[in-house]
Design a protein around this ligand. Structure first.
Ligand code: AP5
Length: 192
């Protein structure tokens, strides 16, 4: 299965992805994780991405697309994947669409986690107390929400127009959100 999980920062994409990849038996491709790992390793992409991420801005499309497409060439991706945090711009969505069309391996579904800004800001401020992500401080959290509204929301229209978007309520306990996602995927499998 080829699936994209989209939603604002703090919506629970990472949390739900970890549950979903166990169920679907596909690799979890998180661009945020891949970028943080590149920073830890001091790679060319990591060095280029560091400042953008610390400020809550998106890393340039060309770098992220190159990183994701390279990861998709690895053998574990032949049976599918779950993308978490990509695509985040219409340019990224178009590049993914073109590449999948060329390979005749279309996307199965795009799941949007729909959630109030108040809930997610609260979650990220809580995480800031226990983890040390450079981008989990009030100012950067608000910048990331604005970047999502300006640059990632149009991606939802891109997929809505192609009939691929399913909206799932992201409020409430993680187990409840997971049940809703599973229901959306089973509806897909049982057809219209
Ligand atoms: P990324 O790592 O993707 O971060 P993000 O989108 O800001 O998302 P988060 O990881 O903060 O939240 P999440 O939605 O995964 O929620 P989570 O499950 O962690 O990206 C970081 C940066 O990398 C970007 O700002 C950008 O600079 C760059 N980048 C990444 N991809 C890019 C791309 N494609 N193009 C360009 N740049 C890119 O949950 C959050 C917290 O809430 C956790 O503490 C969790 O335990 C808690 N939680 C989760 N679910 C629940 C629940 N149901 N109830 C209560 N608490 C919950």
């Amino acid at each position: 299965m080829r699936i994209v999980l989209v939603g604002p920062p703090g919506a629970g994409k990472g949390t739900q992805s970890r549950l979903l990849v166990d169920m679907l038996d596909v690799p979890h491709l998180s661009t945020g994780e891949l970028l943080r790992e590149s920073i830890r390793l001091g790679t060319e992409i990591g060095r280029a991405a560091n400042e953008y991420m610390a400020d809550g801005n998106l890393v340039p499309d060309e770098l992220v697309i190159r990183m994701v497409f390279s990861r998709m060439q690895e053998s574990d991706c032949h049976r599918g994947w779950l993308l978490d945090g990509f695509p985040r711009t219409v340019e990224q969505a178009q590049a993914l669409h073109d590449s999948l069309q060329q390979a005749d391996t279309p996307l199965d579904v795009v799941i949007e986690l729909d959630i109030d800004r108040e809930t997610i800001v609260g979650r990220l401020l809580k995480r800031a107390e226990t983890e040390s992500r450079d981008d989990d401080n009030y100012e950067t959290i608000m910048a990331r929400q604005q970047v999502y509204a300006d640059q990632t929301r149009p991606v939802l229209d891109f997929y809505r127009e192609r009939g691929l978007l399913r909206v799932v309520d992201g409020e409430g306990p993680a187990a409840d959100v997971f049940s809703r996602i599973k229901a959306a995927i089973s509806q897909l499998e049982s057809g219209p």
